[in-house]
Design a protein around this ligand. Structure first.
Ligand code: SF4
Length: 500
């Protein structure tokens, strides 16, 4: 049992409560190896922090060479001496311990800060200023809490120095959002309470099948547990919080599949907070699909897809660490004949804006030349990234062009508009990998994943190795083909409703 609660524990908890449990008490021999993408993230984070510190134009005290008790002793001395800026200190009070990247003097006290190699805010767009990230907030709040307990806090307004060179103040007394009026501070306090209970064995956690498991080292271990327990989170979109409110009444997919839904009904609502009658019915249909041997996917209603002689299956690749979109790939098919297929790609040969713009401009030109055509892509990511590129390079395409392209009847987000709305599958999620794999498609790469492709791009930039570029292009081509396989698979699904 840990004697102190740390920022890292809070970070793990908000990512996945069970990860905190396993990191504290799990058998480390059961962990998967660290993926090359995660290693790259760590490397980038460390390099970025180093770069920021090396370029600091103001005097500061560097305690990064010290660790443990010695680091803490030197931090205390520096605070007592009123040092303006302390880098890599360590502070503790009662059962809390933290190592903020920065401690900055403000009047008679100190505020804490972290250096992050990501954006300091999430959800920034034309319509929104963005908001603090919870996993950053809880760490900064813990440092602030320690400073308060030591009676040297200058306020509840720690900060992030982010990848864009900005200092972003995190006002911990402010409301989380208009829909969540409770302050970030109270959110931190409730997280801290749960973290404390988990660390003291007063609260048990369970794994939950979710997208973040992909990069987690406990993935194989948790997946084995989930399959054995036939856990409810194996039902697509059900998730941890709904599972947690259902588990005392129904604890497995097969049990849920057989259940009489009337026993969960209370008037027009269900007995499960946050789950309406229609959702419960939908999840039960999915449980039935997963439980029945040989069950097949089906269409919930008749669908009409646009028709044009040319179809483009479109997929992009981005490097979030360099904040660039480096590849626009298209699989072109004519008259629905797979023999006519060809792959066309526009690749940024340098990770810079000039090359990014060239690739974007050529991709847009290619689309225009292919008109009239139907464009298929999977999930809103392509739309979001193209909107961002339009904002960056308005001379390549206008806002109206973007509207025409993504909001026309001839452009289809196969995930949002078709898979999610109109189909059901006997799978645990609706990712393109899972569904195309279900339909028999196999990627040529032995470890195909968007995250890994970012690592490949990074290595290509570093080495210029043409084989790495070929690997990226092959992977992107397979993503485009998978989208076509999925479209054809959907078009041949039977129209079927399991319950009625
Ligand atoms: S694999 Fe998933 S459920 Fe398990 S600890 Fe990791 S994130 Fe949590």
């Amino acid at each position: 049992m840990p004697d102190k609660l740390s920022a890292n524990m809070l970070y793990n908890y908000v990512k996945c409560p069970h990860r905190l449990t396993l990191d504290l008490f799990g058998d480390y021999s059961k962990q998967d190896p660290i993926s090359s993408f995660v290693k790259l993230l760590w490397e980038k984070g460390t390099d970025f922090e180093k770069q920021v510190i090396e370029n600091l134009q103001i005097p500061f005290l560097d305690l990064s060479l010290y660790s443990g008790i010695e680091k803490e002793k030197r931090t205390k001395e520096a605070i007592d001496n009123g040092v303006e800026l302390i880098y890599s200190g360590r502070i503790s009070a009662e059962n809390l311990i933290g190592e903020p990247d920065l401690l900055r003097r403000d009047g008679d006290g100190y505020i804490s800060g972290d250096i992050k190699s990501g954006s300091g805010l999430e959800g920034e767009s034309d319509l929104s200023e963005g908001k603090p990230k919870l996993h950053y907030t809880v760490q900064l709040a813990l440092y602030t809490d320690i400073l308060e307990r030591l009676d040297i806090a200058a306020g509840r307004n720690p900060f992030i120095w982010d990848i864009h060179g900005r200092e972003i103040e995190y006002d911990l007394n402010s409301a989380q959002s208009t829909r969540k009026p409770k302050s970030w501070w109270s959110k931190y306090k409730s997280c801290l309470e749960v973290v404390s209970k988990i660390a003291n064995h007063e609260l048990k956690t369970l794994p939950a099948y979710s997208g973040i498991c992909k990069l987690c080292q406990w993935r194989t271990y948790c997946l084995k547990w989930l399959k054995k327990a036939n856990d409810l989170t194996l039902i697509p979109e059900l998730g941890r919080s709904k599972r947690n409110v259902m588990i005392n009444r129904v604890d497995s997919v097969s049990e849920f599949a057989k259940a009489d839904l009337d026993i969960f009904q209370k008037g027009r609502k269900t007995i499960f907070p946050g789950i309406g009658t229609a959702s419960l019915q939908k999840f039960q249909e999915r449980a039935m699909l997963l439980s029945k041997r040989d069950s097949k996917p089906y269409l919930k209603s008749r669908i009409t897809l646009p028709d044009a002689p040319t179809e483009l299956f479109f997929d992009i690749e981005t490097d979030p660490m360099r904040d660039i979109c480096y590849l626009h790939g298209f699989l072109e098919r004519r008259n629905r004949d797979t023999n006519t297929e060809r792959y066309v790609a526009f690749f940024s040969d340098q990770p810079d804006e000039q090359e990014e713009k060239r690739a974007f401009s050529q991709a847009w030109e290619f689309i225009q030349k292919s008109m009239p055509c139907v464009i298929y892509y999977y999930s809103p990511y392509e739309k979001t990234q193209w909107k961002k590129l339009q904002g960056k390079y308005p001379d390549v395409m206008s806002k109206d062009n973007i509207e025409e392209m993504f909001y026309s009847d001839y452009t289809v987000d196969l995930y949002l508009e078709v898979v999610k709305k109109e189909t059901e599958w006997p799978t645990n999620d609706y990712s393109i990998k899972t569904l195309a794999y279900y339909l028999g498609f196999r990627w040529r790469d032995e470890s195909p994943s968007g995250a890994e492709s970012i690592e490949w791009y990074h290595r290509w930039v570093e080495t210029g190795d043409v084989n790495i570029k070929k690997r990226i292009l092959k992977y992107n081509e397979d993503d485009c083909i998978a989208t076509r396989v999925l479209l054809d698979g959907i078009c041949s699904l039977p129209l079927f409703h399991l319950i009625n």
